[in-house]
Design a protein around this ligand. Structure first.
Ligand SMILES: [Zn+2]
Length: 280
């Protein structure tokens, strides 16, 4: 299916094949979807020695909710749907404030669950628990989680799906032009891709080609959005801030010129006897 579209486009110059691909891609029923995952533990009062303070402390964290982007579907999406799901998820990665947050956020967020198991283990071993210290650790973990979340969200960009779609369309055109079917790929790179020698496998090859390439293109796009950092240095002599022309520059332009002038002067004094005086 996908291989036919790419072949028609490349071998017979059929622009309709690209149009058909884009039509199927954007009409796919797979939209941007997220799901909630719960990180739970079963609070057992007896495991906390029926200590009410501890029970109250852990109670609110029995069911910690974290959102994820949906990338697996049981209803067997077609090859083109799989590319669409990847495109959707990249969009959510770039823009959605609830999903694709860092591991650090995740770990801080579910910290109370770990602390619960740690506490029950301690009690089981007959150790005592400093409730205030524990309260503090839980509190801090949640503040940290919020800080990580904010940091992650600040890295996201705001771009409408429409805008995103037009960027992707340009990349897809490029991918249609650059595509090398497995048998050509083998000739070029000398790899035998035996498992791709039928239509179904070739489609898998194409899905991978699209997903990997689009990820690369989008990463470059993100990099291009980052403002270039302007390096400002402080002059070693007059402490004025300046924009260095090279990594090694230590003085501002004024001081650099001044030191250079002094250096030349010293050199001149040192060597002046070497120069023959011109006759009057
Ligand atoms: Zn200076």
């Amino acid at each position: 299916m996908l291989n036919e579209l790419l072949e028609d486009y490349q071998e017979f110059n059929e622009d309709e094949a690209l149009d058909e691909f884009l039509r199927l891609l954007w009409n796919s029923k797979y939209g941007c979807r997220t799901y909630k995952k719960f990180y739970t533990f079963n609070l057992q009062p007896s495991a906390l020695n029926n200590n009410q303070e501890l029970i109250d402390l852990f109670e609110p964290y029995q069911k910690i909710e974290i959102k994820h982007a949906k990338s697996y579907y049981k209803d067997k999406p077609s090859s083109i749907d799989m590319i669409r799901v990847h495109i959707n998820n990249m969009y959510m990665y770039l823009t959605n404030e609830d999903v694709y947050l860092s591991k650090e956020y995740f770990n801080a967020k579910i910290q109370p669950k770990k602390l619960y198991y740690e506490a029950t283990q301690k009690l089981k071993n007959g150790e005592t628990i400093d409730v205030d210290e524990l309260k503090d650790r839980i509190h801090k973990s949640q503040i940290q989680a919020e800080e990580f979340r904010q940091r992650d969200v600040d890295k996201k960009i705001s771009i409408s799906f429409r805008e995103y779609k037009s960027i992707i369309n340009n990349y897809i055109l490029r991918l249609f032009n650059n595509y090398k079917p497995p048998h050509e790929y083998e000739k070029l790179y000398g790899w035998e891709i035996t498992s791709y020698h039928n239509a179904w496998h070739e489609d898998n090859f194409i899905v991978k080609y699209f997903c990997k390439s689009l990820t690369g293109y989008m990463m470059n796009y993100m990099k291009s959005l980052k403002p270039k950092i302007e390096i400002i240095k402080k002059c070693n002599q007059c402490e004025v801030s300046y924009k260095p022309n090279s990594n090694r520059q230590k003085y501002c332009n004024v001081c650099s010129a001044e030191t250079e002038r002094k250096r030349q002067l010293i050199k001149w004094h040192k060597n002046k006897n070497k120069y023959k005086k011109l006759p009057n």
